[in-house]
Design a protein around this ligand. Structure first.
Ligand SMILES: C[S@@+](CC[C@H](N)C(=O)[O-])C[C@H]1O[C@@H](n2cnc3c(N)ncnc32)[C@H](O)[C@@H]1O
Length: 281
């Protein structure tokens, strides 16, 4: 799926000051921040797309090291993994990860690799009781914005995790302009615009799923209390700025990139474009 921007702009300002901002953003949890420090998290969109896989593998590794029976496979559930889960079967086997792919959509799930376990359910619905407490790591990419009831989804993730397990969701955030447009305009219009600028986003290839953005923000003051009430003990939100949605529209593209750089420098969470939301049970 073509998510990555081709308009990567370096953030502005003094490098030491930028590093201090990054450190402040990671200060909420040393454990959850560890992979981000190791992978050189810099709050940019390019970093996010390039390092999602590395962050998931690092969390799985850390989880293995902290378990009493360290030789066992790490049990990972990918929410909304559908036809394109993060890892290929051979990669998962090599990393010692037993993958279960979840999706709400039976067709998407049927297109995923046969080697993985599959679990068809709505993450904001009623998960199969047999799966409760079964997973060490739960991950998702570009799924949480489609979920109708984010609080219920996070509570389900807490229930699906074993004690000490970690959930990571990589999702878009409000009020980044492209996602505000996506939310306020009718689905038929935004789907047509998306198809015009990004022709591979259509049914038969990757469909455009309706987006709701419930709890898709990067402000810890809004998210952390909800996740703690869902049963998580530690929460870390790594905000991301920058996006590629205006890359075919001269002038708007440059103005928006300028605004994004300012937002990063000022830590304007309401203008972040994506976030990695992490929570430890
Ligand atoms: C935009 S696609 C992302 C697919 C993949 N994670 C990726 O990054 O390429 C969203 C996926 O989430 C699934 N999905 C949407 N709502 C869901 C829910 N409530 N529970 C589980 N899966 C859901 C969709 O069926 C679809 O496969």
């Amino acid at each position: 799926m073509d998510y990555a921007t081709q308009l990567v702009q370096p953030f502005s300002g003094d490098a030491a000051e930028r590093q201090r901002r990054v450190e402040r953003r990671l200060a909420a949890s040393a454990v959850l921040a560890e992979p981000f420090r190791r992978l050189g998290y810099d709050c940019s969109e390019a970093w996010a797309w390039e390092n999602y896989r590395g962050a998931v593998l690092a969390l799985a590794q850390a989880r293995r090291a902290s378990r009493p029976r360290q030789g066992d496979a790490v049990r990972m559930l990918e929410i909304g993994g559908g036809r394109g889960p993060l890892l290929r079967p051979a990669e998962a086997a090599a990393a010692g990860i037993a993958v279960t792919i979840n999706d709400i959509d039976a067709r998407e799930l049927s297109l995923g690799p046969k080697e993985f376990d599959k679990a068809e359910f709505d993450i904001a619905g009623e998960p199969p009781p047999a799966l409760l407490g079964r997973f060490d790591v739960i991950v998702s990419r570009m799924v949480m914005e489609h979920v109708a009831d984010a609080r219920k989804a996070w509570a389900n993730m807490a229930a699906l995790l074993a004690p000490g397990g970690v959930a990571l969701a990589f999702h878009p955030t409000l009020y980044a302009p492209p996602f505000v447009i996506n939310r306020i305009f009718p689905e038929r219009l935004t789907a047509a615009i998306l198809r015009f600028f990004f022709p591979n986003r259509h049914d038969g290839d990757y469909p455009k799923f309706p987006a709701r953005y419930d709890l898709c923000v990067s402000n810890p003051a809004k998210v952390e209390p909800v996740l703690k009430a869902c049963g998580f003990s530690e929460v870390l939100i790594a905000p991301i700025w920058g996006h590629g949605y205006f890359r075919h529209i001269p002038l708007l593209r440059e103005l928006d990139a300028m605004l994004q750089r300012l937002a990063e420098a000022r830590d304007w969470r309401w203008l972040s474009t994506y976030a990695f939301t992490l929570a430890r049970r």
